[in-house]
Design a protein. Structure first.
Length: 442
């Protein structure tokens, strides 16, 4: 049962996202990795064995909705609690109500939105009530709970990671909103499927944003003969962007990120900045672009310039801290740096070659010499016999074999000559020469 208010808005005056809030797992869109048939969270809900948990994920992916569905499905009282407006006094009042419910045999789910905004003292106020089962605490956060939630409270909660909704999931949600009586089903709305696809892509995995955009474009549609017609011009005005990026299938999304990647690989900073601008001005998520640049830093620059990865990660953090449009200069700096940096793909080729061997030889035993021996039995079996501690040697290297016998002599990392990697190549050659002179068979 959910706490109500005499001053709640009439359903028809609520925002579209609120009117279409799913009321059951069957209506819930996304998070199939948690809520698909047989998945762990779905099993906990269906068997009514829900314990305290934290939902970690970006905005608009269903954290609050899922908490409400759990409360309804498990027949629990539901208290919606905001970390932004509440202090310890309010926490104690809510806990007192939960204690009263427990005495009458009712379970209470306390949902705390933005739990990361509580300080340590406020989070600690929940601890005794979670421990004795007075409440089931469900916290929601957009921040990593490992850093933002007290260890004592975190250890008593299961963390579930919610992911941004896929474009096809958002398209399905938008199509339902047009037809559902709770949405625009009572009106005749003419909106092309490719416009729904554009809205879905621009929403960047955020269902609330997608529904809000749909509501805006429909309310601003042109009414003719009792039909609301949504034009591309209306859509572009409502999202304040030109349709620079997405087509019906989202193919251009991948074409443009490919263009950025290949321009940087080809050391063309002007082209890189152009494709970057195309994506940002079309509404692309800057964190998505930043993640691709982080990947590029290792895949295409690698040890030719180890600073590239540092700068790419710093650009990602800057985008996270300040968002658009201010972070466009940080992404520009990163893209130009990557374009001008010396190039090496040795990291990717090394991993791919090692992966192929690893997949073919999954049962190759770890050489005894480099196995850990924490027990007497393991020591008696020869674990760690002959191990050479490199730091005890003058050269800080030994001739010890570290690959399995079947892979002895395999070479995965083959450094190039570009930039700093030339020094790594020379150093690796020195190490291998020394090892061979001292009996190494690699």
């Amino acid at each position: 049962m959910e706490e109500g208010s005499l001053f709640q808005a009439a359903p028809e005056s609520e925002p579209l996202a609120a009117r279409l809030r799913p009321e059951s797992l069957e209506e819930f869109v996304g998070q199939r990795h948690l809520l698909g048939e047989g998945k762990v969270l779905r099993r906990l809900i269906e068997s009514d064995r829900v314990a305290s948990m934290i939902f970690w994920g970006p905005p608009g992916v269903g954290k609050t909705t899922l908490a409400r569905i759990i409360a309804k499905r498990t027949r629990s009282s539901f208290i919606d609690f905001s970390a932004v407006t509440s202090g310890i006094k309010e926490i104690r009042a809510v806990m007192q109500r939960a204690e009263e419910n427990r005495r009458y045999g009712d379970r209470t789910i306390v949902f705390v939105d933005e739990i990361h905004r509580f300080n340590k003292a406020q989070q600690d106020a929940f601890l005794p009530f979670v421990e004795k089962g007075s409440i089931v605490l469900i916290g929601a956060t957009t921040e990593n709970p490992s850093f933002e939630v007290n260890g004592a409270l975190l250890s008593r909660c299961k963390v579930f990671v919610l992911q941004p909704l896929a474009a096809d999931e958002l398209e399905s949600l938008l199509a339902r909103a047009v037809k559902d009586p709770r949405g625009f089903g009572g009106q005749r709305v003419d909106i092309a499927p490719d416009m729904l696809a554009m809205i879905a892509n621009f929403a960047n995995g955020d269902a609330r944003s997608a529904l809000s955009t749909l509501e805006m474009v429909v309310l601003n549609g042109d009414e003719r003969d009792g039909v609301l017609h949504v034009t591309r011009e209306t859509l572009e005005q409502c999202i304040s962007r030109k349709s620079l990026l997405y087509d019906k299938k989202g193919e251009e999304h991948y074409n443009l990120i490919s263009a950025l990647h290949k321009s940087m690989r080809n050391s063309d900073p002007d082209a890189a900045v152009y494709w970057l601008a195309r994506m940002l001005e079309a509404g692309e998520d800057p964190l998505y672009i930043a993640r691709r640049i982080v990947r590029f830093a290792a895949e295409d620059v690698g040890l030719a310039d180890p600073r590239a990865l540092e700068l790419a990660v710093a650009a990602y953090q800057a985008c996270h801290f300040i968002g658009v449009p201010e972070c466009n200069v940080h992404l520009t700096e990163a893209a130009v740096y990557m374009a001008l940096a010396p190039k090496s793909n040795a990291m990717e080729t090394a991993y791919l070659a090692a992966r192929d061997d690893a997949m073919k030889m999954l049962d190759e035993p770890v050489p005894l010499v480099i196995r850990n021996a924490p027990t007497r039995l393991m020591k008696d079996l020869g674990y760690g016999d002959g191990y050479q501690y490199a730091h005890d040697t003058e050269e800080k290297v030994t001739n010890m074999q570290c690959l399995p016998d079947a892979l002895q002599g395999r070479v995965y990392y083959q450094p190039g000559e570009q930039g700093v990697e030339g020094r790594f190549k020379a150093r690796l050659a020195e190490i291998k020469d020394w090892k061979r002179q001292h009996g190494w068979k690699g």
